[in-house]
Ligand binder design. Structure first.
Ligand SMILES: [Ca+2]
Length: 278
C-alpha cells in the first residue's frame, strides 16, 4: 500500500505561500571563505511534530524515520511525512540520549550522544535487533550525525571530522576533515548522503554544508534561513535531512520545527568546485 498522500488544499496554500516568500531570493551569494551560499527552493511544506528534538532523519524504502534526543525523553519513530504523525514509536533507554540515524543492512542504526554504543532496530516495527560500538581511537568519542553511503557509515561528532565505518561491525575506516577553503568547518551535526555528496547540518546554523566525502571540501552551502519565517516561534536549530534516493525527493526540518520542507535538489550546482564555477 502506498504511504503517500495527496497534497491537501491547506498544504497547497502553504506551498504557495512558501514559494511566494522565497521568490524574493535572488542570485547566489558568496560566502566569506570559499564555497558559495546557494538558495534552497521549497517545493512543499508538511506538518512536523513540534515536540520533536530532531536528531536524525532518513528514508528507506519510501518510509521516513526520525530520532529525537533529550535525557529521558529520547525516542525513535517512523513518521508519516504527509502529516507528521508517528506511525511507530519506541522510547530509548532513559540513560541514553538519541542522536543520528541511518538505515543499512536491513536495519535502522541509531547513535547515542555519549554512551559509546548505538542500537539497531527493525525497519518494520523498530524492535531492537542488536547494538554497535562507535568510538574511534582518534578521540571522537561522541556520536552526533550518521548516514550510510551504500558501503560505509559516515559519522559526525561535533568536530570538523567525518569518520567512516565498516558496515558489518562499525570498525573505523578513516576520516576526512571538513573545510571551506582553508577554514575547518566544525560542529558537524545531522548528515545525509545523497548523489555522492554528504549534506551536513551545522549546529546552530541555518545552512547545510555540501561536502565532497573524498576530501572533505565544502563545495556549496545551502541557505535555509528563509525557512525560519515559515516555522513557529518555538523552532530551534535546523537539523534533519532525508533524501529518498528512489524518488530524488529531499526533506529538511529542525528541532521543534512545526514543519517539514521538501526542497528542490540542485546537485549539479552543489557539487561544482570553485574552479569550475567561472
Ligand atoms: Ca539524515
Amino acid at each position: 500500500m502506498s504511504r503517500r498522500h495527496p497534497v491537501s488544499p491547506l498544504t497547497g496554500a502553504l506551498v504557495l505561500a512558501a514559494l511566494l516568500a522565497l521568490a524574493a531570493i535572488s542570485a547566489p551569494r558568496r560566502a566569506l571563505a570559499g564555497a558559495p551560499v546557494l538558495p534552497c527552493r521549497v517545493k512543499a511544506a508538511f506538518p512536523h511534530d513540534a515536540r520533536s528534538f530532531t536528531e536524525g532523519l532518513c528514508i528507506e524504502n519510501g518510509r521516513m524515520y526520525e530520532s529525537s534526543g533529550g535525557w529521558g525523553v529520547s525516542y525513535l519513530a517512523e513518521v508519516d511525512p504527509a502529516t507528521g504523525e508517528r506511525l511507530h514509536s519506541r522510547d530509548v533507554d532513559a540513560k541514553r540520549f538519541a542522536e543520528g540515524l541511518a538505515a543499512a543492512n536491513g536495519g535502522l542504526h541509531l547513535l547515542t550522544w555519549r554512551s559509546g554504543q548505538g542500537s539497531i532496530h527493525s525497519l518494520d516495527d523498530l524492535s531492537p535487533l542488536g547494538a554497535f560500538d562507535y568510538r574511534v581511537p582518534t578521540g571522537h568519542s561522541e556520536g552526533w550525525g550518521l548516514t550510510f553511503d551504500g558501503s560505509r557509515f559516515i559519522l559526525s561528532s561535533g568536530t570538523d571530522a567525518l569518520t567512516f565505518h565498516q558496515p558489518e561491525d562499525f570498525s573505523p575506516m578513516g576520516e576526512v576533515r571538513v573545510h571551506d577553503g582553508g577554514n575547518p568547518v566544525r560542529q558537524l551535526n545531522e548528515l545525509e548522503f545523497a548523489e555522492d555528496l554528504v549534506l551536513a547540518n551545522i549546529w546552530k546554523q541555518d545552512r547545510i554544508a555540501v561536502v565532497d566525502p573524498a576530501d572533505g571540501a565544502v563545495t556549496a552551502w545551502i541557505d535555509l534561513s528563509p525557512l525560519r519565517r515559515l516555522v513557529g516561534p518555538g523552532a530551534g536549530v535546523a537539523n534533519g535531512i532525508a533524501y529518498d534516493r528512489k524518488t530524488g525527493r529531499l526533506f529538511v526540518t529542525g528541532k521543534h520545527w512545526d514543519k517539514l520542507f521538501e526542497i528542490e535538489p540542485d546537485f549539479d550546482a552543489w557539487q561544482r568546485r570553485a574552479g569550475d564555477r567561472e
